[in-house]
Design a protein around this ligand. Structure first.
Ligand code: BDP
Length: 717
């Protein structure tokens, strides 16, 4: 009988469990560790929490440790101040918050700055304790999340001797969220920010958003779209922004807004927005003062100017530096920063789009105020599945350059494709610019170490919406996670980040982690193969960017067509960016130029980015370019079966609800991978006129069929 009751309890628990598994809890699940021996072992070192919750941030740390450790270890842990410690206590605080920590006179704190922390096993008055110490409260919060991560991923917590501090100063999410709650290039529902109900109604979600970000060290968020609406800077909206800022503040997250350059005209009733006009300067100064009255620790502005129709200083014949400095001067008295985007190009300029941002910005190096960061997209075009690093990295030594990655998968299958992006981020960060000799990596440009900048930053265009699981695809969560972890420490490996995330999100069973890591690590390359192999780029569907569209040609803006980028005809394919073509390669240092420019060294992954080659071109593997291209599409599409089989094998480790979410999306992804394969091969064959090599599946339909596909209401536009 007892057994039956027990079985029933387990049954109902698991039923209840599966209903609750939407993915909402992200990687902060804190479910009890199954292995009782392991729990007992942990409880020896982590049996009580001692923290003086004298600030909202320390309260947040205490809540998180309490909830996390109690959940994971299956016992409610005692919580009290650092005044009374016992063996097994976790003692957390700063020298200011806790006399115990002050008394420990911890030497390592000196080098940890205002966000770092130490995590140490120590003996104090004969008692074994674990200390989380930092110079600031937010450091303590970060350290608390680190300790939780160790337990969540079932790492040892004895003999800890960890010191951590971030390599980058500003680690920021960019939400492309509109005030009507649509999200530009958002595939996970509507915006988190419920402007209509703010400031009165503060959703739990805002707190959970803050917790998730703090857990990975993200310390800033731009709430609004780069295609900005000046209304956000009015008295109607500023109290709402302040309400969000109040929720995020305890978690160490500053709020930023996008500033529409024409705001002085639109909401200020001025006749001009000329950055050199005195009334305009005064308007921005007053506006900044007003914003800081609402939000005393406001982070600053992100600006998209003179790009894709947005207003900017060039409307008045002024430079990007003059525009950025106008806002920088207004923010400077309050310690705010300007993140000025270098994503500029124009179809009216008769120049390879690849080269335009560099041409525009490089001459301005040294002209920006000290509180300006120039925010550069990782590649020269636009968040393609693979891009070479932007030649601006390394080209502006006097200006801090901020990295901009896209977490939302605008060009990577939107929220339908399983693509783990850490390898993409790492590929760019680890790329060597050679501007100051070997080892001048993009990461070192961005973290400021190469040119000795105190200011540094990284931005990720968020993939977050009000979807139950936040990111639409559960594996989108891994990209949010990976972005944050790399923003904190770009030296982490993609593999380790994947392991952490899977351990916390799903299971720590070693076979599970190894299999999932393998699947995740291959996923980005698979996608490149079925979408844009061998360096193809920008061949997606028009406007909504959904699905393939290599045929897109006659449109008002050539630089928004596919043909502009692949230029395929009966003889050849690819964009010649060597000296015989647009010479975009000249924007890189000689080593990089030679590496990509020489067919002997240019990796096949970048071939058509830089070279225009006949279909008959012999690849190093011996096959022709046409054969290689067809084979890559085939490999890409065929990679879906092992991915699906791999996921199916993992069913025993994943609850039904989340398993099914991924299973269904993988089926759609497979269909779309073959669609890319079929449509692109049909199109490129219509150019090359060559037969498909053996082993390549011919397209199911005619090219006309693929060209005639139209889709209404694709999300994100
Ligand atoms: C492109 C997007 C567009 C953005 C633009 C940007 O398609 O929606 O506004 O980038 O970054 O990738 O400004």
């Amino acid at each position: 009988m007892k057994k039956l009751i027990f079985a029933l309890i387990i049954f109902f628990m698991s039923v209840g469990h599966s209903f609750a598994e939407s993915g909402y809890r992200l990687w902060m699940r804190y479910d009890q560790i199954n292995d009782e021996a392991l729990r007992t072992q942990y409880l020896k070192s982590l049996s009580g929490i001692r923290i003086d919750t004298i600030s909202p941030t320390l309260k947040a740390a205490s809540d998180e440790l309490g909830k996390g450790l109690s959940g994971l270890l299956g016992r409610t842990l005692g919580l009290s101040s650092t005044a009374s410690i016992e063996a097994g206590s976790v003692v957390a605080g700063t020298p200011a918050s806790s006399s115990l920590i002050r008394g420990l006179k911890l030497q390592s704190l000196a080098g940890l700055g205002d966000e770092g922390y130490m995590l140490s096993s120590m003996v104090h008055n004969g008692k074994q304790i674990t200390v989380i110490a930092a110079n600031t409260d937010v450091g303590v919060l970060y350290g608390s999340f680190h300790l939780l991560r160790l337990v969540q991923t079932q790492q040892p917590v004895v003999k800890l001797s960890i010191v951590e501090k971030p390599l980058l100063k500003h680690r920021v999410l960019n939400h492309w969220d509109n005030l009507d709650r649509t999200v530009e290039r958002g595939y996970a529902g509507f915006s988190l920010w419920n402007w209509h109900l703010l400031p009165g109604y503060l959703q739990q979600r805002y707190i959970d958003y803050a917790r998730a970000n703090a857990s990975i060290g993200i310390n800033g968020t731009v709430l609004t779209n780069v295609n900005a609406n000046s209304l956000i800077l009015t008295e109607e909206f500023l109290p709402k922004v302040a309400a969000i800022a109040n929720v995020l503040r305890p978690y160490g997250i500053k709020v930023y807004l996008t500033a529409r350059f024409s705001s002085p005209i639109e909401i200020g009733k001025l006749k001009t927005a000329d950055p050199l006009d005195e009334s305009v300067k005064k308007w921005w100064k007053d506006k900044a003062d007003e914003i800081y009255r609402h939000i005393p620790d406001f982070g600053g502005f992100l600006v998209k100017a003179n790009s894709e129709g947005q207003p900017g200083p060039q409307n008045y014949g002024r430079s990007h530096a003059e525009g950025a400095n106008l806002l920088a001067d207004a923010l400077a008295p309050h310690n705010g920063i300007v993140m000025w985007r270098a994503f500029v190009y124009s179809h009216e300029v008769d120049e390879d789009r690849f080269k335009q941002a560099y041409n525009e910005f490089k001459p301005l190096d040294g002209q920006f105020r000290k509180n300006v960061l120039v925010q550069v997209k990782n590649g020269p075009i636009d968040f393609q599945p693979r891009e070479p690093f932007s030649p601006l990295f390394g080209a502006m030594p006097k200006t801090p350059l901020m990295m901009e990655f896209q977490i939302t998968q605008e060009y990577l299958g939107q929220a339908t494709h399983l693509v783990y992006q850490a390898p993409l981020y790492k590929e760019v960060l680890d790329a060597d610019t050679y501007v100051k000799g070997k080892g001048s990596t993009v990461a070192r440009v961005v973290d400021g170490s190469l040119d000795k900048h105190a200011l540094s930053g990284i931005a990720g265009v968020a993939n977050i919406g009000d979807d139950l699981n936040w990111t639409g695809h559960l594996f989108g969560q891994s990209n949010w996670y990976a972005f944050g972890r790399l923003a904190w420490n770009h030296q982490l490996s993609s593999e380790n980040i994947a392991d952490e995330w899977t351990g916390m999100t799903f299971s720590n069973v070693p076979e599970f982690k190894v299999s999932l890591r393998g699947m995740m690590m291959k996923s980005r390359e698979n996608l490149v193969n079925y979408m844009t192999p061998l360096g193809l780029h920008h061949i997606m569907g028009w406007d909504h960017h959904y699905g393939p569209g290599p045929w897109i040609k006659d449109k008002p803006r050539m630089d928004w067509t596919s043909f502009y980028y692949h230029k395929a005809d009966s003889v050849a394919i690819g964009f010649d960016r060597t000296a015989s073509g647009s010479n975009a390669l000249s924007q890189y240092s000689p080593q990089v130029r030679k590496f990509y420019g020489d067919l002997k060294t240019c990796p096949p992954e970048y071939l058509l980015w830089f070279h225009r080659l006949p279909w008959s071109h012999r690849m190093k593997t011996g096959e022709s370019l046409w054969e290689a291209l067809s084979q890559r599409y085939q490999q890409g599409a065929e990679s879906m079966d092992p991915l699906i089989a791999g996921w199916n094998k993992l069913a025993p480790y994943v609850d039904q609800e989340r398993f099914d979410q991924v299973r269904m999306l993988l089926a759609i992804q497979k269909k779309e991978a073959w669609w890319w394969h079929d449509a692109c091969l049909a199109y490129f064959q219509s150019r090359s006129g060559l037969p498909f090599p053996q082993g390549v599946t011919p397209p199911k339909e005619t090219l006309e069929f693929y060209e005639s596909q139209h889709f209404h209401f694709v999300p994100g536009i």
